[in-house]
Design a protein around this ligand. Structure first.
Ligand SMILES: Nc1ncnc2c1ncn2[C@@H]1O[C@H](COP(=O)(O)OP(=O)(O)O)[C@@H](O)[C@H]1O
Ligand SMILES: [Mg+2]
Length: 629
């Protein structure tokens, strides 16, 4: 039996040999038994493992089979799976227009047949989610024809001090919409330097209209797809900002602020401005097609407001459709009023300070305005005041809590540090060849000193102070004009002189045509050897014929002149009307002259024509003692 078993059981050859060799029967049977038990264990383990594996495999198969059957059952019954049923209900509730509904239905039936694990399933699913969650029919509730204009004015007045002209323009715009019963018309664009309240005014308008407010910033948008979305074929495609904003606010008639539209760029990825045109143009925006959605969405109920700092960068096609409302910079008095009536109460609230816990005089705020800010709006002013109040909060948070903290003029310097700005006061030193121009910058007006020196040379013009191309041309025009009119009557040999024109603050680039009159006056004063009154500042573009053309930014320029202590301001005749914008208190402290030609500018500056004694030619700067090294 031992021999027989030996052949049947699967034993290694060496063990078999060992069994055969042993003659003791009992020992032989014991060894065999031992081996057989081992073998049995091995076999048992093997079969167990196999059956486990089989089990797992068949479960997967079973699941798959069952799912396939379920699908067939649903198809037979004309139903769909629970998830797509949810989606279908959502889509039906969303109130899609016919065209979009058709697309949605097609996509829904595609969703039913694609594998859940496939990437396509998710693409379709996300798309359908977008369709379902857009506010196709949801309104904020208020209609344009029901606007209460008196209430609207109250809201605007409560939120913003002054800017009466702007508020009136806005209300007139709303009144037209009310009468016309729709929003088809130009698009409102608030134009002005930073911090004059463009964004916050738009917010107030939304409040006044009872509409939801949503802001989409366009600064730095280069890609058309950011406005109009990516096609769905791209991985990770999304709708553009407009549709995204609409979804976020959940109604189809919000007030949408497209902020900083002068900062959009365009490059090889398409032109965002033309996409914007489609969004804004009332003629086409009721069928706005986002690339991602691929069905049209009606944007005609959205109240769009744009903001921009400068007009020049806005594409002409867009500019055409805009109703531009100018919000120019604030005067010192206006800033003070805004600070006392709006900024301070709001900041106190933000810092958890009761109005009764602090004494703050107008003088202190005025000091902050004068010495710590130089800007068109009130943004830095807000920041500096917040800094002051943080100091107050620190004191009030101590134990025991002080009953009152006084902010005096000294505490300004302690908290904010040494003064940051010195008013660009004119100096009284009168020298030939110096004239004052008024310049406009995006952050307000500025005065520019223009200096001219004549050197021995060959009729060259040297320009320094980072002048832009247009300003260089103005300088050339001024010199040519001077030579053409007086070249013969003066004892100066223009062909033997070089003129060096410098505009200080050399590191700041300057450009624009409006320094023309001042350049001419400075040159004339140099060749006549007579100083221009320091109280006088001019602005205006000149032509080769000596006429003076109108310029922009008059309000900012006049305010800058006033700040700097100028008494006489000469403006182009055609800019006479711009004085309307300037507050009477500023106007009353200045004398205005309106000029048609450079001759008038010259006589205003007290530079009378010819009969000037020959001015001895100065030596070249590098030959002057003390200047050469
Ligand atoms: N006339 C004003 N009255 C009250 N607050 C103002 C006024 N103008 C500006 N502000 C305040 O100045 C801050 C900056 O305004 P913001 O709208 O951001 O400026 P912008 O968008 O023009 O750069 C806001 O907190 C705003 O409330
Ligand atoms: Mg803004």
């Amino acid at each position: 039996m031992a021999d027989l078993c030996c052949t049947i059981v699967n034993l290694p050859l060496s063990t078999k040999q060992e069994l055969l060799e042993s003659n003791d029967l009992e020992k032989r049977l014991k060894t065999l038994l031992e081996q057989m038990v081992k073998e049995k264990e091995r076999l048992l383990l093997q079969s167990e493992m196999q059956s486990k594996m089989m089990e797992r495999l068949s479960k997967d198969q079973r699941d798959h089979l069952l799912r396939e059957q379920l699908k067939t059952i649903h198809e037979e019954l004309g139903e769909e799976s629970p998830q797509s049923g949810d989606l279908r209900r959502k889509i039906e509730k969303a109130g899609l227009p016919t065209e979009a509904m058709k697309v949605a239905k097609e996509e829904l039936s595609r969703l039913a047949v694609v594998q859940r694990a496939s990437p396509e399933y998710h693409v379709i699913r996300t798309y359908l989610d977008w369709l379902a969650s857009l506010p196709w029919r949801k309104d904020s509730g208020l209609e344009t024809q029901k606007i209460d204009l008196t209430a609207a004015r109250q809201v605007l007045d409560a939120d913003h001090f002054g800017i009466q002209k702007v508020k009136t323009r806005v209300l007139q715009f709303l009144a037209v919409n009310k009468l016309k019963k729709d929003l088809k018309g130009p698009i409102l664009c608030l134009l002005g330097p930073p911090g004059v309240g463009k964004t916050s005014l738009a917010k107030s308008i939304a409040k006044a209209l009872g509409r939801k407010f949503i802001r989409a910033s366009l600064g730095g948008v280069h890609d058309e797809a950011e406005i109009r979305g990516h096609r769905r074929t791209y991985i990770g495609a999304m709708p553009g900002r407009v549709i995204q904003s609409i979804k976020r606010c959940g109604v189809r008639d919000p007030l949408m602020l497209l902020d900083e539209i002068d900062k959009i760029g365009h490059d090889f990825r398409g032109d965002p401005a033309s996409a914007l045109l489609e969004v804004l143009d009332p003629e086409q925006n009721h069928t706005f097609v986002d690339h991602y959605l691929d069905v049209s969405f009606d944007l005609s109920r959205v109240f769009f407001i744009l903001t921009a700092n400068v007009l020049d960068n806005i594409p002409a096609a867009l500019r055409d459709r805009m109703e531009i409302i100018d919000m120019s910079s604030y005067s010192r008095a206006e800033k003070l009023e805004i600070a006392m009536t709006h900024l301070v109460p709001k900041l106190l609230e933000d810092h958890g300070i009761q109005a009764s816990e602090i004494t703050l005089s107008r003088e202190v705020v005025a000091r902050v305005i004068d010495e710590y800010t130089r800007e068109a709006g009130v943004r830095n002013l807000t920041r500096e005041l917040a800094h002051l109040f943080r100091g107050v909060a620190e004191k009030l948070a101590q134990d025991p809590r002080p009953t009152k903290v006084e902010l005096c003029e000294d505490s300004v310097e302690i908290t904010l540090g040494p003064r940051k700005f010195f008013t660009e006061k004119i100096d009284d030193c009168r020298q030939p060849g110096v004239a004052t121009a008024l310049a406009w910058t995006p952050v307000g007006g500025e005065i520019l000193k223009i200096e001219v020196t004549r050197l021995e040379g060959k009729g060259n013009l040297i320009l320094t102070g980072q002048l832009g191309d247009i300003m260089k041309e103005s300088a050339q025009i001024a010199l040519s004009l001077l030579r053409a009119t007086w070249g013969h009557s003066l004892s100066i040999r223009f062909d033997k002189s070089d003129f060096h024109i410098h505009v200080p603050s050399g590191a700041i680039p300057k450009d624009g045509p409006s320094a023309g009159v001042a350049l001419y006056t400075a040159l004339a004063s140099c060749v006549h050897g007579k100083p221009v009154p320091t109280q006088l500042a001019t602005t205006g573009e000149i032509t080769l014929r000596g006429t003076i053309l109108p310029v922009g930014g008059v309000k900012e320029k006049v305010l800058a002149a006033h700040r700097a202590g100028i008494k006489i301001v000469a403006l182009p005749e055609h800019n006479r009307g711009d004085l309307i914008d300037i507050s009477p208190d500023v106007k009353s402290q200045l004398t205005f002259y309106f000029l048609k030609s450079v001759d008038e500018a010259i006589s205003l500056a007290g530079l009378t024509i010819p009969s000037i004694p020959y001015a001895p030619m100065p030596t070249k700067p590098d030959q002057q003692p003390g200047l050469s090294n």
